[in-house]
Design a binder for this molecule. Structure first.
Ligand code: PNS
Length: 171
Protein backbone atom coordinates (compact mmCIF):
# COMPACT_ATOMS: atom_id res chain seq x y z
CA UNK A 1 0.00 0.00 0.00
CA UNK A 2 1.35 3.43 -0.84
CA UNK A 3 1.40 6.22 1.69
CA UNK A 4 -1.19 8.95 1.21
CA UNK A 5 1.46 11.41 2.46
CA UNK A 6 5.25 11.59 2.46
CA UNK A 7 6.68 9.30 5.15
CA UNK A 8 6.08 10.84 8.57
CA UNK A 9 9.42 10.85 10.34
CA UNK A 10 9.64 11.47 14.08
CA UNK A 11 12.71 12.17 16.20
CA UNK A 12 12.85 10.88 19.79
CA UNK A 13 15.77 12.82 21.29
CA UNK A 14 17.48 12.36 24.63
CA UNK A 15 20.56 11.41 26.56
CA UNK A 16 19.58 7.73 27.03
CA UNK A 17 22.28 7.18 29.67
CA UNK A 18 21.08 4.44 29.70
CA UNK A 19 17.95 3.36 27.82
CA UNK A 20 15.17 2.42 30.26
CA UNK A 21 11.95 0.47 29.80
CA UNK A 22 10.18 3.83 29.95
CA UNK A 23 12.08 4.91 26.82
CA UNK A 24 11.40 1.54 25.18
CA UNK A 25 7.68 1.98 25.85
CA UNK A 26 7.64 5.44 24.23
CA UNK A 27 9.69 4.27 21.22
CA UNK A 28 7.27 1.38 20.64
CA UNK A 29 4.28 3.71 20.84
CA UNK A 30 5.97 6.10 18.43
CA UNK A 31 6.85 3.30 16.02
CA UNK A 32 3.16 2.39 15.81
CA UNK A 33 2.10 5.95 14.97
CA UNK A 34 4.88 7.23 12.72
CA UNK A 35 6.36 5.74 9.57
CA UNK A 36 9.82 6.05 11.01
CA UNK A 37 11.14 7.00 14.43
CA UNK A 38 14.75 8.04 14.88
CA UNK A 39 16.09 7.67 18.40
CA UNK A 40 18.59 10.54 18.52
CA UNK A 41 21.24 10.37 21.22
CA UNK A 42 22.60 13.77 22.22
CA UNK A 43 26.36 13.66 21.77
CA UNK A 44 27.22 16.37 24.27
CA UNK A 45 30.59 16.73 25.86
CA UNK A 46 29.91 18.70 29.03
CA UNK A 47 28.14 15.97 31.01
CA UNK A 48 30.02 13.00 32.39
CA UNK A 49 27.88 10.06 31.31
CA UNK A 50 28.09 6.52 32.63
CA UNK A 51 27.91 5.10 29.09
CA UNK A 52 29.74 6.56 26.11
CA UNK A 53 27.62 7.71 23.17
CA UNK A 54 28.76 4.66 21.19
CA UNK A 55 27.74 2.32 24.02
CA UNK A 56 24.33 3.98 24.31
CA UNK A 57 23.73 3.77 20.56
CA UNK A 58 24.79 0.09 20.49
CA UNK A 59 22.41 -0.79 23.34
CA UNK A 60 19.44 0.94 21.68
CA UNK A 61 20.26 -0.69 18.34
CA UNK A 62 20.39 -4.07 20.01
CA UNK A 63 17.00 -3.65 21.69
CA UNK A 64 15.31 -2.53 18.43
CA UNK A 65 17.22 -4.70 15.95
CA UNK A 66 14.04 -6.40 14.74
CA UNK A 67 12.10 -3.13 14.31
CA UNK A 68 12.94 -1.76 10.86
CA UNK A 69 11.16 1.56 11.38
CA UNK A 70 13.22 2.37 14.50
CA UNK A 71 16.59 3.92 13.70
CA UNK A 72 19.29 5.05 16.08
CA UNK A 73 21.53 8.04 15.48
CA UNK A 74 23.49 10.72 17.32
CA UNK A 75 23.17 14.47 17.03
CA UNK A 76 24.98 17.62 18.09
CA UNK A 77 23.87 21.22 18.04
CA UNK A 78 20.26 22.33 17.86
CA UNK A 79 17.70 19.56 17.85
CA UNK A 80 15.46 21.36 15.33
CA UNK A 81 18.38 21.74 12.89
CA UNK A 82 19.04 18.02 13.16
CA UNK A 83 15.33 17.26 12.70
CA UNK A 84 15.23 19.39 9.55
CA UNK A 85 18.28 17.62 8.14
CA UNK A 86 16.44 14.33 8.68
CA UNK A 87 13.21 15.65 7.07
CA UNK A 88 11.41 14.96 10.34
CA UNK A 89 8.19 16.82 11.09
CA UNK A 90 7.67 15.57 14.65
CA UNK A 91 9.62 15.56 17.91
CA UNK A 92 8.49 12.94 20.41
CA UNK A 93 8.91 13.41 24.15
CA UNK A 94 7.66 11.28 27.00
CA UNK A 95 5.73 12.84 29.88
CA UNK A 96 5.84 10.91 33.13
CA UNK A 97 4.45 13.34 35.64
CA UNK A 98 3.39 16.94 36.11
CA UNK A 99 6.96 17.65 37.22
CA UNK A 100 8.16 16.97 33.66
CA UNK A 101 5.70 19.43 32.22
CA UNK A 102 7.33 22.80 32.86
CA UNK A 103 10.68 21.94 31.26
CA UNK A 104 9.02 20.08 28.40
CA UNK A 105 6.60 22.94 27.76
CA UNK A 106 9.50 25.42 27.57
CA UNK A 107 11.46 23.21 25.21
CA UNK A 108 8.46 22.54 22.98
CA UNK A 109 7.69 26.24 22.64
CA UNK A 110 11.33 27.19 22.09
CA UNK A 111 11.62 24.52 19.42
CA UNK A 112 8.41 25.83 17.82
CA UNK A 113 9.84 29.35 17.89
CA UNK A 114 12.97 28.07 16.13
CA UNK A 115 11.17 25.80 13.66
CA UNK A 116 7.42 26.46 13.34
CA UNK A 117 6.96 23.55 10.94
CA UNK A 118 8.03 20.95 13.48
CA UNK A 119 5.48 19.70 15.98
CA UNK A 120 6.26 18.28 19.42
CA UNK A 121 4.12 15.30 20.39
CA UNK A 122 4.01 14.11 23.99
CA UNK A 123 3.31 10.54 24.89
CA UNK A 124 2.71 8.93 28.27
CA UNK A 125 4.47 5.69 29.10
CA UNK A 126 2.64 2.80 30.77
CA UNK A 127 1.94 3.62 34.43
CA UNK A 128 4.51 1.14 35.75
CA UNK A 129 7.26 3.24 34.18
CA UNK A 130 6.18 6.67 35.38
CA UNK A 131 8.76 6.82 38.18
CA UNK A 132 11.72 5.55 36.15
CA UNK A 133 14.52 7.85 35.03
CA UNK A 134 18.01 7.05 33.76
CA UNK A 135 19.44 9.06 36.65
CA UNK A 136 17.63 7.00 39.32
CA UNK A 137 18.42 3.73 37.56
CA UNK A 138 22.13 4.56 37.64
CA UNK A 139 22.04 5.66 41.27
CA UNK A 140 20.06 2.68 42.53
CA UNK A 141 21.98 0.11 40.53
CA UNK A 142 25.40 1.44 41.50
CA UNK A 143 24.30 1.23 45.16
CA UNK A 144 23.36 -2.43 44.60
CA UNK A 145 19.60 -1.88 44.36
CA UNK A 146 17.34 -4.13 42.31
CA UNK A 147 16.33 -2.75 38.89
CA UNK A 148 14.85 -5.91 37.44
CA UNK A 149 12.16 -5.12 34.86
CA UNK A 150 13.04 -1.42 34.71
CA UNK A 151 15.60 -1.63 31.91
CA UNK A 152 16.01 -4.05 28.97
CA UNK A 153 18.09 -7.16 29.86
CA UNK A 154 21.03 -6.05 27.67
CA UNK A 155 21.17 -2.74 29.54
CA UNK A 156 21.14 -4.54 32.88
CA UNK A 157 24.02 -6.72 31.68
CA UNK A 158 26.07 -3.67 30.69
CA UNK A 159 25.25 -1.96 34.00
CA UNK A 160 26.46 -5.06 35.82
CA UNK A 161 29.72 -4.91 33.87
CA UNK A 162 30.12 -1.21 34.75
CA UNK A 163 29.51 -1.88 38.42
CA UNK A 164 32.00 -4.75 38.43
CA UNK A 165 34.53 -2.50 36.68
CA UNK A 166 34.01 0.21 39.29
CA UNK A 167 34.44 -2.25 42.14
CA UNK A 168 37.66 -3.42 40.53
CA UNK A 169 38.75 0.22 40.32
CA UNK A 170 38.86 0.28 36.55
CA UNK A 171 36.48 3.23 36.03
O1 PNS B 1 15.81 13.47 27.81
P1 PNS B 1 16.85 14.52 27.98
O2 PNS B 1 18.19 13.94 28.29
O3 PNS B 1 16.40 15.56 28.99
O4 PNS B 1 16.98 15.27 26.56
C1 PNS B 1 17.17 16.63 26.42
C2 PNS B 1 17.34 17.00 24.92
C3 PNS B 1 18.45 16.21 24.30
C4 PNS B 1 16.06 16.73 24.17
C5 PNS B 1 17.65 18.52 24.87
O5 PNS B 1 18.68 18.81 25.75
C6 PNS B 1 18.06 19.00 23.48
O6 PNS B 1 17.25 19.05 22.58
N1 PNS B 1 19.34 19.34 23.29
C7 PNS B 1 19.90 19.76 22.03
C8 PNS B 1 20.21 21.27 22.00
C9 PNS B 1 18.95 22.06 21.74
O7 PNS B 1 18.33 21.98 20.71
N2 PNS B 1 18.58 22.90 22.74
C10 PNS B 1 17.39 23.73 22.70
C11 PNS B 1 16.17 22.96 23.18
S1 PNS B 1 14.76 24.02 23.30
Amino acid sequence: MSHPHPPRIAIYPGSFDPLTNGHVDIIERGARIFDQIIVAVLANVEKTPLFSVDERVALIQDVFKSRPNVQVDTFEGLLVDYAQRKNASVLVRGLRAVSDFEYEFQMALMNRHLAPGIETVFMMPAEQYTYISSRLIKEVFMLNGEIDGLVPPVVEERLRAKRAGRLAGRD
